[in-house]
Design a protein around this ligand. Structure first.
Ligand code: FES
Length: 458
């Protein structure tokens, strides 16, 4: 099922790339990060084209809950501890600036996308001390953050952290408006990138600057992003008959949920898990859990839509925005946005435009793909490595008669059947495929080949 954002938005179709081009900059991916980056580059006088394998906004932009916020779960106390106050300030200020920049652009362009300022809350039912700490850390970095013990959620909480002046909007209406400002070629899948050449089946674009804004970078080397990120799935229900909320909410406890209103609907999110790693009993873990919680919290409410999102998670929980690799100084990347794609798309567009424009960007240090490797990242690497080894080892084992599943064309891990979404998902780096083998999400670039027909899951 598609998200509520797709129901009322039609983005104008664009032609595929009509042949070879030579331009100063090319952006791969026409999601929010790609379109905004191209827009700002154009504003700098750097002619930019955007190449999109499918349609504008056909990737993860349409699957978000569309919160624009600097409140990214419990992050600020950790950032201060791990990276120091200066870098933590950069993270806070880049995200706060992004909120204001959305508002400025929307007003300037007259884009009708239901933008509204509202507070964002973290809530807990068990650990108020964590939220007190987070509130203090955020406030010390210049964010308007306060701690409290009450809120509008229809169940008791032990504490909330409130960030003032955050925002929500309709992501596809915004994207449709901004895409009118840039040169985009749809149905133009990038096959290969080498030096300054971006090869597609429709022609080659030669550019001084190449931006990878395609969610998960599809090249394994340089960069080694596949070793530094995994992907997670999370789920959203649109509910009718639930009380409207002024604020946006995220629970910090185990199984915490996300809440935000959109018109008369309440968007309830949660049930996240590593892509390709499901429950052993096969009972599903996203929609099933979420529907149970919806019935508990809002008895009698009606589900009008449901959808899922796929997010890139880095080892230290911070995005990678900056130069792709020291070996490719003219390549740039924006990925690893975690659950915060809307705000981070704006952050990345501004940072990459500064870098490409040759301007200093002090705020970019905390987002740099070459930033310091932390103890948290080391722990994440061990966990990520273990999943990869397991996935690859399974590939070598013979399948049982009724369990014949394909291997992932990215690096060969054994795919896992996801009964709830009827897809084959890769536990190693998160590629996904339809039942018949067609690619849904990368980093794999090709469909997977099924070994043989038959079997219960086919
Ligand atoms: Fe990397 Fe499947 S996504 S092996």
């Amino acid at each position: 099922m598609e998200s509520v954002w797709t129901e009322d938005t039609e983005i104008r179709r664009r032609e595929p790339l009509p042949g070879d081009r030579e331009v100063p900059a090319v952006v791969i991916g026409a999601g929010l990060a790609g379109i905004l980056t191209a827009y700002y580059l154009q504003k700098e006088g750097i002619r930019t084209v955007v190449l999109e394998a499918d349609r504008i906004g056909s990737g993860q932009t349409k699957n978000t809950t569309a919160k624009i916020t600097s409140q990214h779960n419990l992050i600020y106390s950790r950032l201060i501890r791990t990276f120091g106050r200066r870098m933590a300030e950069h993270y806070a200020s880049a995200n706060e600036t992004a909120i204001g920049e959305y508002e400025r652009l929307i007003r300037e362009k007259g884009i009708r996308c239901d933008f509204a300022r509202c507070p964002a809350y973290l809530y807990t039912q068990t650990r108020p001390e964590l939220l007190k700490q987070e509130t203090e850390a955020a406030a010390s970095l210049g964010i308007q953050a306060t701690f409290g013990t009450g809120c509008e959620l229809p169940f008791p909480v032990a504490g909330v952290t409130r960030f003032q002046g955050q925002a929500r909007f309709h992501p596809l209406k915004f994207l449709a408006g901004m895409a009118e400002e840039v040169e985009v070629y749809e149905q133009t899948k990038v096959l290969k990138v080498e030096g300054r050449r971006v090869e597609t089946a429709r022609g080659t674009v030669t550019a001084e600057h190449i931006v990878f804004a395609s969610h998960y970078p599809f090249l394994n080397v340089p960069g080694w992003y596949f070793a530094r990120m995994h992907q997670e799935r999370s789920y959203v229900l649109a509910l009718e008959g639930a009380e409207r909320l002024e604020g946006m909410y995220l629970g910090i406890d185990q199984g915490g949920l996300s809440f935000r209103s959109s018109g008369d609907l309440l968007l309830l999110g949660g049930g996240g898990h590593r892509t390709g790693v499901g429950r052993k009993d096969g009972a599903g873990q996203g929609y099933v859990l979420l529907r149970g919680r919806a019935e508990e919290i809002y008895p009698g409410c009606q589900e009008t839509a449901h959808w899922s999102a796929q997010d890139c998670m880095t080892l230290d929980g911070l995005p990678f925005i900056g130069r792709f690799s020291r070996r490719r100084p003219c390549w740039y990347v924006a990925t690893g946005f975690g659950k915060w794609g809307m705000t981070t798309a704006m952050v990345s567009a501004r940072i990459l435009t500064s870098l490409i424009g040759g301007r200093e960007c002090p705020e970019g240090d905390i987002f740099s793909p070459g930033r310091r490797f932390t103890a948290q990242a080391a722990k994440g690497l061990a966990v990520h490595g273990a999943y990869t080894v397991k996935g690859l080892a399974k590939h070598l084992l013979p399948s049982g008669d009724r369990e014949i599943v394909p291997n992932c064309p990215h690096m060969g891990c054994r795919l896992e059947w996801n009964p709830e979404e009827e897809s084959y998902d890769c536990p190693c780096h998160g590629s996904r495929f339809r039942r018949e083998g067609r690619l849904i999400d990368g980093p794999a670039q090709t469909d997977c080949r099924r070994k043989r027909a038959g079997g219960e899951r086919r």
